[in-house]
Ligand binder design. Structure first.
Ligand SMILES: [Zn+2]
Length: 69
């Protein structure tokens, strides 16, 4: 497993509402009105799989396909 960190990048009234994975930049959002936004973000972070290489390849393919036609 790659080393990865969850970074909270946005808070509303001291409640985390947006976090990102520092390793692959995946984003995780929580609802500040739910009361458990932090744990919701943490759960999404724990569940996601870091695939920065694949993400780059997918992005490159999308750009390639968009240039065709
Ligand atoms: Zn990640």
């Amino acid at each position: 497993m790659p080393k990865r960190n969850l970074r909270i990048v946005k808070r509303v009234r001291n409640v985390p509402v947006l976090g990102i994975c520092e390793y692959c930049n995946a984003q995780f959002s929580g609802d500040p009105n739910m009361g458990n936004a932090q744990s919701a973000i943490q759960e999404q972070f724990n569940a996601h799989k870091c695939k920065p290489e694949d993400a780059r390849q997918v992005a490159a393919r999308i750009v390639r396909e968009a240039k065709q036609d």
